[in-house]
Design a protein around this ligand. Structure first.
Ligand SMILES: CC(C)(COP(=O)(O)OP(=O)(O)OC[C@H]1O[C@@H](n2cnc3c(N)ncnc32)[C@H](O)[C@@H]1OP(=O)(O)O)[C@@H](O)C(=O)NCCC(=O)NCCS
Length: 151
């Protein structure tokens, strides 16, 4: 499957909002994607010019917090979520950023297994961090050196 990953643009937001509402119980607002675009680490994945996934992150010094990732339902379990995370990690490594963090709902097994598959490990828990429904957040992280150790 031939995929392209490119920077997210303002005109992508309507399409992303449709996916966001389908894929998350608490969808982001449009303004949050605008902010992500302005912060520079927001990308979409396309197949034949159709957006089928996206990923966003906030960088602080040598750390990146992955703030959002999604793959359209019809395209899940084809390695595309992993491709998006690996794309962002290798892009940030070029900018000397080697530590990656994220939060996820405790019940989000697909996301947890995706991140574990890449090398992330659980480093904390935030009680009742999410609402609608209320739920704990798992905090996961990886240092690039750990990925190399994993082989
Ligand atoms: C989480 C999400 C991005 C994963 O994307 P994906 O493209 O389906 O994931 P991949 O195909 O790249 O999966 C890579 C690996 O992660 C694990 N994995 C991903 N989804 C899984 C699932 N539903 N069940 C079990 N393992 C899963 C597997 O180890 C998989 O490798 P394998 O297929 O060779 O077994 C996708 O399920 C999604 O968009 N969910 C809704 C939005 C969301 O929850 N985002 C995460 C917020 S923290």
């Amino acid at each position: 499957m031939k995929t392209e990953i490119r920077e997210m643009k303002m005109e992508d937001i309507p399409t992303i909002m449709i996916m966001e509402k389908e894929l998350f119980s608490t969808a982001w607002e449009e303004e949050m994607f605008i902010e992500e675009i302005e912060k520079q680490y927001a990308f979409v994945m396309e197949i034949k010019d159709n957006i089928i996934g996206y990923i966003c992150g906030w960088k602080l010094l040598d750390e990146l917090n992955i703030t959002n990732i999604a793959v359209a339902t019809d395209f899940q379990r084809k390695g595309l979520g992993k491709e998006l995370v690996q794309f962002l990690i290798s892009k940030l490594m070029d900018e000397k950023c080697f530590k990656f963090f994220l939060e996820l709902r405790e019940s989000n097994l697909a996301a947890k297994l995706l991140y574990e598959n890449i090398g992330f490990r659980m480093i904390g828990l935030r009680k009742n961090y999410y609402h609608s429904p209320q739920e704990n957040a798992l905090v996961m992280g990886v240092k690039i050196i750990d990925i190399f150790k994993k082989g």
